[in-house]
Design a protein around this ligand. Structure first.
Ligand SMILES: Cc1ncc(COP(=O)(O)O)c(C=O)c1O
Length: 476
């Protein structure tokens, strides 16, 4: 077989199997117990993709119900993003950003800054989400150091939060399955209560839970604020925790506490940014309607910003923070870098994504899509097998009750989903949908019906038990 034929693959009878075997022989998959991949859940071999559909090497299609790990905003191989990238490819695929600059990096920074009314006017680029988190943590610490507050070197994170898997990001992450093996390597961080609305006691609202979580932060800040550089959180939805949603009052309250105690606020919008929660930045929902906007001190953005095309992440921050690094002394500058920082193709994809938002009024169109999807999921309400049905913007989730899940629920659901033409990966007993922004009524009906049939097929295989079980590790 020629090299070209190898890359295109063939739609032969056993083509999937062949690619799976070659992959298992040499590719070490992320977030995967490879023994399980070899024995029970081989990787789904994908030959091509169009819109929300992935197609395997034998022509079978799968709806990408989690937007390929939450990155693919407008479907795969989007015509307009493709065209922008093809144009950029012929002009300037990449140039180092230390000592050089280029139009896509400049324009993307300008346009993102404008979306914050210029408040977060400085943009530092990286590649993956975890790198952006590392940068925000380092920048905050270094800011305080440059300002003579060397004692401010502690970080606060939120119970069940997830910020990535490099060592710094993992240190502010609280998802046991990702963290435990490396715990001895990690810096210590303070952990405050999650505002997850599912913790509401009878009679309590989501805002009441948020108030309790804020009280926890206040206690910590009162005791330690002179040592704390920043608090990091995922605004509105703690995604890897199992789509744990909270009231916007929490963001508002955290902003006020950070102002009161002089602590930086880092909003990790890597998963929830780019319109996913209904506003371009999730943090926009912190302010009450008609009030001036509230902003964090740092926003980390990745995933959706390049439309699911290329690794791109970035940290946006305020002029006051940027200025603290200006000095004749090189070492007081922010000397962090990655080789692909501000890659021109990735930034151009980011610009094409912002163009899509402007040209198609995506936020308004998503409100219509969200209503259609919620209506299509109507039959979930009243289903005794599930609890905590929730939605925010273009995200839907529900939890299967403990007594129904059985062993390896997420894995069995995922495999049943494949048979139903869905790429869907529950987190523990949480089933969620985070589809690309291309749903119409018909697709919403189809997606809801297939999700429900996948649920029924999975639970039909499960002997119901009321006995306590060890919870399944939540792997996104
Ligand atoms: C909130 C959040 N932060 C950080 C990350 C890490 O991003 P990456 O996987 O690109 O390193 C993720 C990834 O899921 C995330 O959801």
């Amino acid at each position: 077989m020629t090299q070209a034929a190898t890359h295109q693959g063939s739609a032969g009878e056993h083509a999937n199997l062949a690619w799976q075997q070659r992959s298992l022989d040499h590719v070490w998959n992320p977030c995967t117990q490879m023994q399980r991949a070899r024995t029970a859940v081989p990787p789904l071999p994908i030959a091509r993709a169009q819109g929300p559909w992935l197609e395997d090497f034998e022509g079978r299609r799968y709806f990408d119900a989690n937007s390929s790990w939450w990155v693919n905003l407008f479907g795969h191989a989007d015509e307009r993003i493709n065209a922008a990238l093809k144009d950029q490819l012929d002009r300037l695929p990449h140039v180092m950003l230390a000592g050089c600059t280029h139009a896509p990096a400049v324009e993307l920074a300008e346009r993102l800054s404008a979306l914050t009314g210029g408040v977060l006017g400085h943009v530092f680029y990286a590649s993956d989400g975890a790198s952006a988190v590392e940068i925000a943590l380092k920048m905050s610490f270094h800011f305080w150091r440059n300002r003579g507050h060397e004692a401010r070197r502690e970080f606060v994170c939120v119970r069940h939060g997830y910020h990535g898997e490099t060592l710094g990001a993992l240190a502010v992450t609280d998802v046991t399955v990702f963290r435990d093996a490396y715990d001895p390597l990690l810096m210590r961080a303070h952990m405050v209560m999650s505002p997850d609305a599912r913790q509401a006691a009878p009679g309590e609202s989501a805002a009441d839970v948020a108030a309790r979580a804020l009280a926890d932060v206040r206690v910590l800040f009162e005791a330690r604020h002179e040592h704390i550089a920043a608090i990091i959180l995922e605004p509105l939805v703690q995604c890897a925790a199992g789509m744990a949603m909270h009231a916007p009052e929490y963001l508002r309250g955290i902003r006020a506490l950070c102002d009161e105690f002089g602590v930086h606020l880092i909003a990790d919008e890597i998963a929830v940014g780019c319109g996913r929660t209904g506003s371009f930045f999730a943090f926009e929902q912190a302010a009450l309607p008609g009030e001036p906007a509230l902003w964090p001190d740092f926003v980390c953005l990745s995933k959706g910003i390049s439309g699911g095309y290329l690794p791109l992440s970035l940290v946006m921050t305020r002029g006051g923070i940027f200025d603290a690094f200006l000095d004749d002394d090189v070492a007081r500058g922010f000397l962090h870098s990655h080789s692909y920082t501000g890659n021109a193709l990735a930034c151009r994809a980011g610009l094409a994504v912002l163009d899509r938002f402007d040209e198609d009024d995506v936020l308004a169109a998503n409100r219509i899509r969200a209503a259609a999807m919620s209506a299509a999921l109507g039959p979930l309400h009243g289903d005794e097998r599930i609890e905590h049905i929730r939605q925010r913007g273009m995200m839907w989730a529900f939890d299967v009750r403990e007594s129904f899940v059985g062993e390896r629920f997420a894995e069995r659901f995922h495999l049943a989903g494949r048979e139903q033409g869905l790429l869907i990966r529950p987190i523990g007993r949480t089933v969620y949908l985070m589809p690309p922004y291309v749903l119409d009524d018909e697709l919403a009906q189809w997606l809801a019906a297939r999700t429900l049939s996948t649920l029924s097929i999975t639970l039909a295989q499960t002997p119901r038990t009321d006995a306590a079980r060890a919870p399944e590790p939540p792997v996104a």
